[in-house]
Design a protein around this ligand. Structure first.
Ligand code: ADP
Length: 350
């Protein structure tokens, strides 16, 4: 997908591109054990936000280090402030930003991202908070600085399911893909809704989330095997940025497939996009010449967010239960690998 920021400079006064390097920022969020969970399960995660470490208390004492660790009692606001607000600040400055939620089904991705149609006011997730950040206007306060005055926003929402893109703001219409040079892809005919009030933004989000959940069976589940992507294009004075918020498919089986070199085949219940995302992350973190973006639709559409030009944050969600320890280790490893990626980011100097 090309955000309009990619063509922003066509008619503007020429400005000088500034390139800097930044690492992908990786946060781990562990959720509490739920009352509905197996009585025999115990919590095997020792998460320390102070040390930014996760230690597995399953006898192995494996230790993983991240840019930030959100313990089970961290609220939605804390998650937003630590992991997402810095990316939003960069988007306001005219950079592009991407936030991923990664983890096995049931680990808290939907809760964290806010991609459920039933989000209560108290539990609003990243998406609702991002919209508030851009659209809440305190009429009693004059803008304090250049970046705090109102932004113009446009929103798109798609689902990638079984290597097909569906428009969640247009009755789940199947969309076509156009190949771009270098292995990327843009989405053709995607609806971009202008949003000027918080109410409109929240209503669109609800509409898209609702459509995502329709058509999934009880055992499910389309939504655990699909990726939900929200694109917010912002414009403030002459600065445009694009923020992509991605609730990834359930990561179960991905680690096993990676370590055994297993290939994706139709019918195997492992998400092709996630497998390929893992390969792309591995190639980028080892600075290997060839990066296999072309192997899945997810990585083609997100090529720009992975390979450069974007401030990228991953929030890896983990279920702390002793019943899920293998998937938890896989998620923690995947997240650790993502931390090694250096990305060149470009903004236009003003
Ligand atoms: P996923 O999207 O990864 O499949 P969900 O977001 O649906 O997982 O979370 C599974 C369950 O755990 C839901 O009932 C959700 O409300 C609950 N949950 C997830 N994270 C938290 C949290 N941090 N605090 C309390 N409950 C949570």
């Amino acid at each position: 997908l090309y955000c309009s920021s990619d063509k922003r400079n066509m008619f503007a006064t020429p400005r000088v591109p500034v390139a800097r390097s930044t690492n992908v920022k990786v946060f781990v969020r562990t959720r509490p054990l739920l009352p509905s969970e197996d009585d025999h399960a115990s919590n095997v995660i020792h998460a320390s936000s102070a040390d930014r470490q996760v230690i597995l208390e399953d006898g192995s004492e494996k230790c993983f280090q991240y840019d930030g660790v959100l313990e089970e009692d961290a609220g939605q606001e804390e998650v937003y402030m630590q992991a997402v607000a810095p990316v939003v600040a960069k988007v306001k400055e005219g950079y592009n930003g991407t936030v991923f939620a990664y983890g096995q089904t049931g680990s808290g991705k939907t809760y964290t991202m806010g991609t459920s149609p039933y989000v209560s006011k108290a539990n609003e997730g990243i998406l609702q908070r991002v919209l508030q950040e851009f659209l809440s206007v305190d009429e009693n306060q004059p803008p304090a600085d250049d970046c705090s005055s109102p932004h113009i926003l446009r929103m798109s929402m798609v689902e990638i399911y079984s290597e097909t893109v569906f428009d969640l703001l247009a009755l789940k219409t199947e969309l076509k893909i156009k190949n771009e040079i270098g292995g990327g892809a843009s989405i053709v005919g995607l609806v971009e809704e202008p949003i000027d009030t918080l109410e409109k933004g929240l209503a669109l989000l609800k509409k898209g989330s609702n459509l995502r959940s329709i058509g999934t069976t009880a055992m499910n589940s389309g939504s655990s095997r699909s990726h939900a992507l929200v694109f917010l294009t912002t414009k403030h004075r002459n600065r445009e940025g694009c923020l992509k918020l991605v609730d990834l498919a359930g990561a179960e089986g991905v680690g096993r497939a990676q370590s055994s070199g297993m290939q994706f085949t139709e019918g195997v219940n492992i998400n092709k996009g996630l497998l390929c995302l893992g390969k792309v992350l591995a190639a980028l973190s080892s600075s290997s010449g060839y990066v296999p973006y072309r192997e899945s639709l997810l990585t083609r559409v997100l090529k720009d967010s992975l390979g450069g030009g974007t401030h990228t944050t991953m929030i890896a969600c983990v279920n702390p239960s002793s019943n899920n320890v293998h998937e938890t280790i896989n998620t923690l490893r995947y997240a650790e690998q993502a931390r090694n990626i250096k990305i060149k980011v470009h903004a236009l100097s003003t």
